[in-house]
Design a protein around this ligand. Structure first.
Ligand code: G3P
Ligand code: CA
Length: 252
């Protein structure tokens, strides 16, 4: 069963990394929600992709130099545009969530993939997950492009599964060797690097005892192909499309 992970929530349907996008991701039948985290100047875990407020909100500046109160005053629906060029979520009261907000809300049976974007957020994220229901249910993982982040996570909590994200064109076999050495459960390349025939890489991963997931898959035919090859999971901006392509949860 290939896992469908809603990338920043159902981020094609609602502003990324907002509670509305997460709610729609769950409603669409995603197996798990992916969120990005940074740390505010007052030590709160901020759910946002970029290190700056500029692209997605009506405010500017680095998250690391803003308090959570300042960040929560921003309109998190500001940057989201639909194909006709309008901004349907502006002024609708969407705010930037904390990781705590997400953990409190996450329904039972839905997994959580936390991508740590800032090193300073590593320890607070591991601590927050340690107290969470999703962690107790064995459905939480911590991932990062930054080796220091996932290595630190393993030091703090060796039982929390970690995933190593690869930038496009990064060699996968070397990453598998690294993952074995440091105990990371999964290696997560860019989909394009799996190629038209992902079988050799998946077989290699199996030999190394690691899982392979990938980002970001939005085409139904590709979802079906990857699932047929037994890929562990993929993140998608369109979880409803994925569910349609792969069938109901627990069946594909
Ligand atoms: O889950 C992996 C994916 O989210 C990594 O890329 O830039 O969307 O965080 P990015
Ligand atoms: Ca991410």
């Amino acid at each position: 069963m290939t896992l469908v992970v809603a990338h920043r929530g159902a981020s094609m349907a609602a502003p990324e990394n907002t509670m509305e996008a997460f709610r729609l991701g769950v409603e669409a039948g995603a197996d798990a929600i992916e969120v990005d985290v940074h740390l505010s100047s007052d030590g709160k875990l901020v759910v946002m992709h970029d290190e700056m407020l500029d692209r997605t909100t009506d405010r500017i500046g680095p998250i690391a130099e803003r308090t959570m109160k300042e960040i929560q005053a921003a309109d998190a629906g500001w940057g989201f545009a639909v194909p006709d060029g309008s901004f349907p979520f502006r002024g609708k009261g969407l705010t930037v969530p904390t990781l705590g907000d997400v953990l409190k809300w996450l329904p039972d049976g839905v997994g959580l993939v936390v991508e740590v974007k800032a090193r300073a957020a590593t320890e607070p994220t591991v601590k927050a997950l340690a107290r969470s229901q999703v962690r107790k249910a064995g459905a939480a993982s911590l991932i990062s492009f930054d080796e220091q982040v996932i290595e630190r996570s393993r030091e703090l909590d060796p039982e929390l599964p970690t995933g190593y994200l690869l930038v496009p064109s990064q060699p996968i076999e070397a990453a598998l060797t690294y993952a074995v050495q440091f105990g990371h459960a999964a290696v997560l390349p860019w989909d394009g690097d799996l190629g038209l025939d992902p079988m050799p890489i998946l077989a290699q991963a199996q030999a190394y005892g690691r899982l392979i997931g990938c980002y970001v898959v939005n085409e139904p035919e590709r979802m079906q192909q990857l699932a047929a090859y037994g890929l562990w999971g993929f993140v998608t901006d369109v979880p409803a499309v994925a569910r349609e392509a792969l069938g109901p949860r627990g069946v594909s």
